[in-house]
Ligand binder design. Sequence first.
Ligand code: F42
Length: 330
Amino acid sequence: MRFGIEFVPNMKYFELEYYSKFAEEKGFENVWITDHYNNRNVYSMLTLLAIKTDRMRVGAGVANPFTMHPAVIASAIGTVNEISGGRAVLGIAAGDRVTFDRIGIEWKKPLKRLKEAVEIIKLLHSGKSVKFDGEFFKTNGAKLDFKCGECPIYIGAQGPKMLQLAAVMGDGVLINASHPEDFEEAGKILRANLIADKDFDIAAYASFSIDRDGDRAKNAAKIVVAFIAAGSPDIIFERHGIEIEKVEKVKNALNAAFTKGDWKSVHESVDDELIDVFSISGTPDDIVERIAKLSKAGVTQVVAGSPIGPRKKDSIKLIGDRIIPEFRDS
Ligand code: F42
């Protein structure tokens, strides 16, 4: 099992550098930086981490083919690959509809668009001159004028067709989920589409919260869990036997929080069942037990995502001291 950590660049660059270096010291092998226009820029932050870290893979988690042309993505992550000495990873996915709405980008045919983008990026990274005539992208002898080397491409995927695309075109997949049953289902699709012996990393890109006090850990995960539950499709609730009324309550509480700032009700609307399904939360023992189940379900990388824990540094330390050693050779 590999361990990765996700940071949202909503913190100052020196804080991101500090936490990332600390995570590297504690045994994390990957750092993933999220990409949303309203946060600090992902490639600027990856450049910083490429310079300031030594061993970790530094990844965009995730880019999208709507806000940047694939040739520009290829150049941006290729530059990070060069600076980091070959440690860059490109996570790429459909992009976040809600943030696109705010900047007037239409979210049309994300699957087809992503497929074309990944094809172009791979060709450019292989050093070729690319003539591509797709539905969304056309290139006419596009070529990168520097040798950046190829970097692994991970596709962010939840839906069945995206999972299929990830298996066929990716070196790995970033699945926004935390529960073993969700990975068993995803694993069926991935296995059906993976060619034999392909080295493929299945990452649980999960909301994660660890503390010696289990209640405190769970409490810290509640707001993130509320957002994930509110944005999940019905099939997930059916799979886990979650009553729709419970989810409606969470959605209403979130709406009230946006209009009236009432975040206490959001907290109250999230119970242990939702925390269990939509996050990896609890004491170190709880988390070791959950990761063992995820490993059985086919997960090969756990990415500790927001909130990581009630106190970020303590939680990173706990993961490094208590969790990673348990899975070092698995
Ligand atoms: N989004 C961001 O914007 N920034 C991030 O930093 C970010 C991080 C991240 C990390 C992991 C992860 O898994 C996702 C992450 N996301 C992030 C969200 C990501 O960008 C996507 O919004 C999310 O992964 C999309 O979920 P999905 O895989 O379920 O794909 C959607 C598009 C979907 O509906 N998929 C369907 C499926 O079955 O997989 C396919 C739908 C389809 O076939 N569409 C056709 C097409 O060509 O697109 C068109 C069909 C028609 O009728 O037009």
